[in-house]
Design a protein around this ligand. Structure first.
Ligand code: PEP
Ligand code: MN
Length: 283
């Protein structure tokens, strides 16, 4: 990809992003939590449960980019203070979305990782601002974007001097309606060919279906993803946002019991001797 300088695989290393002690790009990292921060009890309950089940980081949106202006927009600073409390208690670093360039500097004081949502992937002033935030950035793929467009957005952040970009495949729009989006799993090995940046997947927003989340997560582990971000709510039916797609803490714990052993099994397989040849050909 000719426009890329800093995001390209020609940079001869694999980036490992250190997010307050959690390394993304080494082992399989699991980020879990509700779609949005709703109350202190909700976040603390969910944070304790996901930590007990083996999550590495806590997610939760305080600013929600909603399709409808009348839908719940998030608790803002109050939500960030709740996340801060949960971090203090559980030790889990926080991943939270920022939607407005004017909010980046103060949201960065609460966030260990700043999330850029699918709808803002090409919001270039926001990308420049998070590029100067001093925080790692989780850059979701735009739902209508090609890999090249996505990597160019990573380039915006990198070129501001921020090397800590984590890519997140969260599903793209296709003609299929059974799933909310289509999880483009081929993006995982494709990004590994094209870039040194770590890539995680979001099985929640891509499928929109609780019943498909565990299978797609296992498939992502097998495809070589560096982690996942998944929605978990202590009472999904009462969630103010994305109620149909959140796992219960029990479902999450069951999935984790299968995921970690799968990763260990894969780590012990002989390495793919075709990989180097294939990726040289891809470029
Ligand atoms: C989210 O993670 O809650 C979210 C809004 O994701 P996306 O930007 O992928 O829709
Ligand atoms: Mn959501």
């Amino acid at each position: 990809m000719k426009n890329l300088k800093l995001a390209s695989q020609e940079v001869e290393h694999r980036t490992v992003v250190n997010a307050s002690g959690v390394e993304i790009g080494r082992d399989f990292v699991v980020i879990a939590g509700p779609c949005s921060v709703e109350s202190e009890a909700q976040i603390l309950n969910t944070a304790r449960a996901v930590r007990a089940a083996g999550a590495d980081m806590l997610r939760g949106g305080a600013f929600k980019p909603r399709t409808s202006p009348y839908a719940f927009q998030g608790l803002g600073i109050q939500g960030l203070k709740i996340l801060e409390k949960a971090k203090k208690e559980t030790g889990l670093p926080i991943v939270t979305e920022v939607v407005d360039p004017r909010d980046v500097s103060w949201v960065a004081e609460f966030a260990d990782v700043l999330q850029i949502g699918t709808r803002n992937m090409q919001n270039f002033s926001l990308l420049k601002e998070v590029g100067n935030s001093g925080r790692p950035v989780l850059l979701k793929r735009g739902m209508y974007s090609t890999l090249e467009e996505w990597l160019n957005c990573a380039e915006y952040i990198l070129s501001e001097g921020n090397p800590d970009v984590i890519l997140c495949e969260r599903g793209i729009r296709t003609f299929e309606t059974y799933t909310r989006n289509t999880l483009d799993l081929s993006a995982v090995p494709a990004i590994k060919e094209l870039s040194h940046l770590p890539i995680i997947i979001d099985p929640t927003h891509s499928t929109g279906r609780i019943s498909l989340i565990a299978s797609m997560s296992m498939a992502a582990v097998a495809a070589g993803a560096d982690g996942m971000i998944v929605e978990v709510h202590h009472k999904p039916q009462e969630a103010l946002c994305d109620a149909d797609q959140a796992l219960t803490p029990d479902m999450f714990a069951n999935m984790m019991k299968r995921l970690r052993p799968l990763k260990s099994f894969l780590n012990n397989l002989p390495s793919d001797s075709n990989a180097k040849m294939n990726s040289a050909q891809a470029r």
